[in-house]
Design a protein around this ligand. Structure first.
Ligand SMILES: CC(C)(COP(=O)(O)OP(=O)(O)OC[C@H]1O[C@@H](n2cnc3c(N)ncnc32)[C@H](O)[C@@H]1OP(=O)(O)O)[C@@H](O)C(=O)NCCC(=O)NCCS
Length: 187
C-alpha cells in the first residue's frame, strides 16, 4: 500500500471513479468518517465520527469553518449536487440530500433537508424538522416541524448562540487534528 493511501485512510477519505476528496489542509476529517469521491472541504471545516459524505453521483462542496457532525449523511443525486456554505452547523444525525445550504445555517440534530431545497443564509432548521423537496427557505428563518414551516425570524440572540457554537467547532476540529497527528507519530 502506498504511503499516500495510508494517509488518506487515516483521514477516512476514499477515491471513487477516479476522484479523490479534496480536503483543505486546515480542515479536520475524523478517521472514522467516510468521505468519498467528488467532495471538496474548506479551511477550518470538520467532519465528525461516522459522518458520510458520498460524492459518487455528483459533486458535494462543504464551505469554510463548517462542521458536519457525527452520523450526518450528505449525498447528492445525478442531477442535483449538494452545496453547503461557510460556518454551517450540520447537527448530529442530520441528512442533507441534493440541496443548497447557505452560509451560517444550522441544520439541527436529526433534521432532514431534501432534494432541490435551498436554505437561505442565517436560517435555523430545528431539531427533527424535515425541509421537503424544492422548498425555498428565506434567509434568517427558523423552520420547525414535519413538513418544515417557517415559524419566525432568527433573533439576534439565537444567531449569536449558534455562531459561537459553530466557532467552537473550528477550535475543537483543530484539537482533534493535533491528537490525530500525535497518535500517527507515536505509532
Ligand atoms: C428551535 C430551537 C432553536 C429553539 O428555538 P426557540 O425559539 O428558543 O424555541 P423555544 O424553545 O422557546 O420553543 C418555542 C416553541 O417551539 C417548540 N419547539 C422547540 N424546538 C422545536 C423543534 N425542534 N421542533 C418542533 N417544535 C419545537 C417548543 O416546544 C415551543 O412550543 P410551544 O410554543 O407550543 O410551547 C431548538 O429547540 C432547536 O431545535 N435547536 C436545534 C439545536 C441543534 O440541533 N443544534 C445542532 C447541533 S449542536
Amino acid at each position: 500500500m502506498r504511503l499516500s493511501t495510508v494517509g488518506a485512510r487515516a483521514m477516512g477519505l476514499y477515491r471513487f471513479d477516479g476522484k479523490m476528496p479534496k480536503i483543505h489542509p486546515g480542515a479536520y476529517v475524523s478517521p472514522r468518517a467516510a468521505v468519498i469521491g467528488d467532495v471538496e472541504i474548506g479551511d477550518g471545516a470538520s467532519v465528525w465520527e461516522f459522518a458520510v459524505i458520498r460524492g459518487d453521483m455528483n459533486k458535494i462542496r462543504v464551505g469554510k469553518n463548517t462542521s458536519i457532525q457525527d452520523n450526518c449523511t450528505v449525498h447528492a443525486t445525478f442531477t442535483e449536487p449538494t452545496t453547503i456554505g461557510n460556518l454551517v452547523t450540520a447537527g448530529h444525525n442530520s441528512v442533507i440530500h441534493a440541496c443548497e445550504i447557505g452560509d451560517n445555517v444550522v441544520v439541527g440534530i436529526g433534521a432532514i433537508v431534501l432534494n432541490g431545497a435551498k436554505v437561505g443564509s442565517g436560517s435555523v432548521i430545528g431539531a427533527g424538522a424535515v425541509v421537503t423537496e424544492n422548498t425555498l427557505v428565506p434567509e434568517n428563518s427558523l423552520v420547525l416541524g414535519i413538513p418544515g414551516k417557517v415559524v419566525k425570524e432568527v433573533s439576534a440572540d439565537m444567531h449569536e448562540t449558534f455562531t459561537t457554537n459553530a466557532e467552537l467547532y473550528i477550535e475543537l476540529g483543530r484539537k482533534h487534528k493535533e491528537e490525530l497527528e500525535r497518535s500517527k507519530k507515536s505509532k
